[in-house]
Write a protein that binds this ligand. Structure first.
Ligand code: 1CP
Length: 339
């Protein structure tokens, strides 16, 4: 356990080399994943622990990543709350929630009912992964889940969600409270099953102003992180496209903040000395090929000190990413001589 580089970085201990993993490493840009998707839907793959564990470990057969993230989706625990949805390819919710009645209809699930298939996958991945690889559990942040539940699907700038937040703040508050409590249970179950650390994805964090975020969203995210923190499992908080909220995020109880490429991560590291940071190469840079990737990786390593830094992209890998760009990133990180 102590030799898991990712955990050392989360504790801001000295590392012989920076840990590296990539958001969305398990999916769509691997030919072996695409081959599995020809015969199985995403739901079938993520719903069967033996298959989901295999997919979680696929990227490690090709690359010496320092973490495996469990193959599931942020929507996976929501059937336990009574939510029905499909993927096309992103989540599409059957009955979007826009009223108090919709919030009241959500179940208050027992912890064992929250995606038991994902919990079993975590246990299998921990069992099968090399000892020096950290296993990551994850969930969607309450606001990012609410974005899909209210809007019904991912759309640019989520206008229905923002209208709902303005018109029915008390209903939103009830929705976020239910999501926060369920996600805390879900992450705790993942930690109990063997997850070494957990990541909370707040992909749609940046939609509201700082004042509205403080008033409507922060208390629920804080509750989630506080509750999970009681177990001692390290928490990574991923925040996307929210430059105006970054200092507020860095005050939340998480061991690491994962930032996108718009953020000056070296400056973030200096401003938040008691947090590890994760990121933040632009995923599009990898589409630009090996040389562009190598330059971006070297530049990142040169700008930010190794201690407390987990190398990653600023958001998930894009499906068209050439595998040779991933090789170039791995090589740059592994060739660095850390003093
Ligand atoms: O067609 C397919 O194969 C399904 C595509 C797919 C995959 C591979 C979806 C639908 N989800 C996933 C897996 C997934 N999603 C993982 C597993 C790890 C991995 O792939 O390596 C993780 C961690 C997620 C998390 C996720 N899902 C987020 C947070 C991170 C981010 O990208 O911002 C979000 C916002 C989602 C929603 C979602 N699910 C799927 C898609 C294509 C999307 C986003 C697009 C949309 O909003 O429409």
């Amino acid at each position: 356990m102590s030799d898991r580089l990712l955990l050392k970085a989360l504790a801001r201990d000295h590392v012989p080399r920076r840990p590296l993993w990539i958001m969305r490493q398990a999916g769509r840009c691997l030919p072996e994943y695409r081959a599995m998707r020809e015969t199985h839907s995403f739901k079938a793959l993520s719903g069967r622990p033996n298959l989901a564990a295999d997919v979680s470990l696929l990227p490690l057969r090709r690359y010496p990543f320092d973490a495996a993230i469990v193959f599931a989706d942020i929507m996976s625990p929501l059937p336990a709350l009574g939510v029905q949805f499909d993927f096309a390819p992103g989540p599409v919710v059957a009955e979007p929630i826009r009223s108090q009645a919709g919030v009241d209809a959500l179940h208050d699930p027992d912890i064992e009912c929250l995606a038991p298939e994902v919990i079993e996958t975590v246990a299998r991945v921990r069992e099968a992964a090399p000892g020096d690889v950290a296993v990551l559990g994850f969930c969607g942040a309450p606001w990012t889940l609410a974005a899909y539940l209210v809007e019904g699907r991912g759309v640019k700038d989520f206008p229905t969600l923002r209208a709902f937040a303005a018109a029915k703040p008390a209903v939103l508050d009830g929705l976020l409270a239910k999501l926060s409590s369920a996600m805390a249970d879900y992450l705790i179950a993942q930690a109990n099953a063997g997850a070494d650390a957990v990541q909370v994805f707040d992909s749609w964090a940046g939609l509201l102003s700082l004042a509205d975020w403080e008033r409507l969203i922060r208390p629920h995210l804080q509750n989630l992180l506080d509750t999970v923190g009681e177990t001692g499992v390290p928490r990574i908080l991923f925040v996307q496209n929210a430059p105006h909220l970054l200092d507020a995020y860095a005050k939340l109880p998480a061991e690491a903040i994962s930032v996108d490429w718009r953020t000056d991560i070296a400056e973030a590291r200096r401003r938040w000395p008691d947090r590890a940071v994760q990121g933040n190469i632009d995923p599009a840079v990898l589409l630009g090929g090996e040389d562009a990737t190598r330059r971006a990786a070297r530049d990142l390593l040169a700008r930010i000190e190794p201690r407390g830094h987990i190398v990653n992209l600023g958001h998930g890998l894009l499906p068209e990413t050439p595998l040779t760009s991933i090789d170039a990133l791995v090589e740059a990180v592994h060739n660095e001589v850390v003093p």
